[in-house]
Design a protein around this ligand. Structure first.
Ligand SMILES: [Zn+2]
Length: 90
């Protein structure tokens, strides 16, 4: 995921959720055929490791990543401190 959101289980709100990647191979040669399902596909089978919920990726809830928020707050505080320091200079 490229934004600051994380996917969580729609049942128990756990972030311990999985998404599946399916790959097809030619049986007789063992040659890779194609990626029939990618983890980012909306209909990729998803599971929750906590409560055993099963569904599709699109059913997962997206919430703001609490870690990203914390990082942002820390960076902002750092910036405010530097700014205050700079402004205090004669
Ligand atoms: Zn769950």
């Amino acid at each position: 995921m490229t934004d600051d959101r994380i996917a969580i289980c729609p049942e128990c709100r756990s972030d311990q959720v999985t998404s599946e990647h399916h790959q097809a191979f030619l049986i007789n040669t063992g040659e890779h055929y194609c990626h029939t399902m990618k983890t980012q596909d909306a209909d990729s089978p998803s599971k929750c490791l906590e409560c055993k919920w099963e569904g599709e990726r699109k059913n997962l809830l997206l919430i703001d990543d609490p870690k990203a928020k914390k990082k942002e707050a820390k960076e902002r505080a750092q910036y405010e401190r530097l700014k205050a320091k700079f402004e205090a200079q004669p």
